[in-house]
Every structure is written in structure tokens, then in C-alpha cells.
Design a protein around this ligand. Structure first.
Ligand SMILES: [Fe+2]
Length: 388
């Protein structure tokens, strides 16, 4: 009997999906799939890797295979390594608007996490975006495995697109000098796909909804100053966007560039100073961050000031980490900070049409699915004052 688990999927290009799974034993890196349960007319073969950590831990066989081309808005049934005992299914994202993202950072694997995952699963969505701090393994590698099992029911059914947080670094001088060893092995992102491949698993971008939304996943823990590979890549990536065809552009990053919580105060400032002008010039509509274990929404900001052509900034680092909430705020609340609260929850970005997206924050500690904060975000591409 073949044991496999920790299945998750991520989009590759506009019509493919990467399936990632782990087996304890040697097994083929094969995904069989089709549009009817129990029937798998298609198959794809990928690659297998593994890693060891501190000589004490050796991972299972980490397989991934890219399936496709796939039809949009279609449910596919699949199995991994030809194991007949477990069938999974996923639904491909739509190739047009509307499009619904779940956004949740600093997820962890606590009771709070389980509550958040239940709230996420209670309503439909097309894709999950995670701005860093996934498992909180914090050097204890079996925690990566328990995290993979915890998120499997959701992450095997909808694409989970992630970028790295500080808890993914797991570097130990001399003993484990290679940062992101587990993260890169387990959570491979499509950095080599699409029109602007980044060449690094730590930052990348992709389009959804037939190119109506461009998503930029930045790396807080890769070089970001002018002249670095990430900065050069970001400049080129943003320059490629035709806002006539792509009305919404959003970015994710781990350490927030705007933050009035006392936790991690100022940690994102250097990256903001290096990259903020690029994002404003490209009229990026919104930036979502994690790291601070709380929720906060800013108005449109640039250079620390309200700016109608700058992005809306949101901290959504309240997924359910094991360190607790960050509930101390700087007083008085800055004028640019519209809403802030230290509670667990998740966010949703529903891009309704080419001009309007609805952002909602779903707090966990409500019996009913209460929306604790919401705002309509209008595309900056549709604002003539920002396009002269
Ligand atoms: Fe963090």
C-alpha cells in the first residue's frame, strides 16, 4: 500500500496546473487525470526530489508534475503515483471575470488555523494567495509534513499561490547554510513560466482571468534594492503590463510596507523605499502583506501620504500562526490607516468586473460569517486622473 499525502496544486501559465505530492516510498511522479471521476484518460510525468535537514530528518519523495492543457472553470479528477486508494479533484480558475481570491497570511497549523480554514472552505473561491509564513516548522521538519496534511483538503482542490516569509528561511549557519531548503523543495512556484520568468522561487508573477488580473508575488527575503535581480525583474514585469487589457494589478509581500502595529514596525521600510515608486508608476491597485499577526487596511498611499494613484495597502497576517496576535498599536492611528484590529481571519478579493473589486475581511470569532471590514477597490487603470 502506497502512502501519499500533502497534495497541493498551483497554476502554471494560463492553462496548466502543477500537482505536488509526497510519498514515503519510491513511486512514479505520475499524475493521471480526467473530467469524470474514476476515469483518467490523461497523464503527465514530472520529477521527484527530496532533501535532508540536520542529518536527523530526511523528507519523503517530493513529486511534482504539470498537467494540461486544461479547460477553464472545469473540475478535473486526478490521482497521484497511480494510487487507486485516493482520488482528488480540483477546479481550474475561470478565464474571465468575475474572479475570487482568498488572501491569507501567516497561516500556521494551530486551532486558529483550523478555524480559518473552515471559514475559507465555507464559501467558494477560485485561488488562494498566501503572502508568506506557511507552516511555522521553525527547523522542525516534521511540521512541514503535518502542515501539508492539514492544508491538503483545500490545497488539492484550488491552486494555492504562495510567496515566502521569514519562517521559511530555516537557515542555520555552518549546519544548514542554504536558506529556504524545505520551502523551495516543497512549495515550488511557477517562476519559470509565463511572459516574465523571474528565475527565482522567491518571487514571480502570473496572470489570471484571461489576463484581466496580474498578480505579483514579491520576496521580502530576496535582494530587493535597485540593481538586484528581483528589482530588475520587477521593473521589467510591470513594464510589460498593458493596463488596457489588464485592469487589475495586485502585489503580495511578506513584511508590510505600511504598518501601524508595534509588531515588526519598520521592517518593510527598506523594501518599500526600493520598490514603492515602481508600483505606483505601474498603478498597482493593491498590496497585501502578512508578517504582522493582525488585520489592517490603509487608504491609497505613496511616500507615507494619501495618494489617489497609489495602491491600497492591507496587512492580512492573521491566518492562525502559533505565536499569537499582535495587539499593540501605535497611537494615534495614522490618518492613512483606515481600519485595524488584532483578530484571526482571512480576506477575499472579488474582482467583479474591469473596474470594480470588492475586498472583504472575514473575522474568525463570529458565529455567523460576518464581514468585519470591506471596501470597493476601483481599478486605477479606469481612473483618468492617474493616467495622464
Ligand atoms: Fe513573518
Amino acid at each position: 500500500c502506497l502512502l501519499y499525502f500533502q497534495v497541493h496544486i498551483s497554476t502554471v501559465g494560463h492553462d496548466e496546473m502543477r500537482v505536488t505530492w509526497i510519498t514515503e516510498d519510491d513511486a512514479p511522479a505520475v499524475v493521471e487525470y480526467g473530467m469524470t471521476s474514476g476515469q483518467y484518460p490523461f497523464s503527465a510525468t514530472g520529477t521527484t526530489t527530496s532533501y535532508s535537514y540536520l542529518a536527523l530528518y530526511r523528507s519523503g519523495n517530493i513529486h511534482d508534475a504539470v498537467v494540461g492543457p486544461l479547460k477553464p472553470s472545469t473540475t478535473y479528477y486526478y490521482r497521484c503515483s497511480s494510487d487507486p486508494s485516493r482520488e482528488f479533484s480540483f477546479r481550474t480558475p475561470p478565464a474571465s471575470l468575475p474572479f475570487t481570491f482568498v488572501v491569507v497570511g501567516d497561516l500556521g497549523q494551530t486551532g486558529w488555523t483550523k478555524s480559518t480554514l473552515q471559514h475559507i472552505a465555507a464559501a467558494d473561491y477560485d485561488m488562494l494567495l498566501l503572502p508568506g509564513d506557511l507552516s511555522y516548522a521553525d527547523f522542525l521538519q516534521p511540521r512541514w509534513d503535518s502542515y501539508g496534511r492539514l492544508v491538503e483538503p483545500l490545497a488539492s482542490a484550488r491552486p494555492w499561490m504562495v510567496t515566502e516569509g521569514n519562517h521559511e528561511i530555516e537557515r542555520i549557519p555552518l549546519l544548514e547554510p542554504r536558506a529556504f531548503k524545505a520551502y523551495n523543495a516543497r512549495w515550488r512556484v511557477p517562476y519559470d513560466a509565463g511572459d516574465s520568468p523571474s528565475g527565482s522561487n522567491l518571487y514571480y508573477s502570473f496572470d489570471v482571468a484571461g489576463g484581466m488580473v496580474h498578480v505579483v508575488m514579491l520576496g521580502s527575503y530576496a535582494g530587493f534594492e535597485a540593481g538586484t535581480a528581483q528589482h530588475e525583474w520587477l521593473r521589467g514585469d510591470l513594464a510589460r503590463i498593458d493596463r488596457g487589457r489588464t485592469p487589475f494589478v495586485v502585489a503580495l509581500v511578506h513584511a508590510p510596507w505600511y504598518n501601524s502595529n508595534k509588531a515588526h514596525q519598520g521592517e518593510g521600510d527598506d523594501m518599500r523605499d526600493a520598490m514603492e515608486a515602481l508600483l505606483r508608476a505601474a498603478r498597482v491597485d493593491a498590496v497585501f502583506a502578512g508578517h504582522v499577526h493582525a488585520y489592517e487596511r490603509f487608504t491609497r498611499v505613496y511616500g507615507g501620504m494619501e495618494d489617489q494613484c497609489g495602491p491600497v495597502y492591507v496587512t492580512i497576517g492573521d491566518g492562525g500562526n502559533r505565536e499569537g496576535l499582535a495587539d499593540e498599536y501605535i497611537d494615534p492611528q495614522p490618518k492613512t490607516s483606515v481600519f485595524r484590529e488584532a483578530s484571526f481571519g482571512h480576506g477575499r478579493l472579488q474582482v467583479v468586473n474591469a473596474t470594480h473589486a470588492l475586498w472583504t475581511w472575514h473575522r474568525n470569532d463570529d458565529d455567523q460569517p460576518v464581514v468585519a471590514d470591506q471596501v470597493w477597490i476601483t481599478s486605477l487603470a479606469s481612473n483618468p486622473d492617474c493616467n495622464n
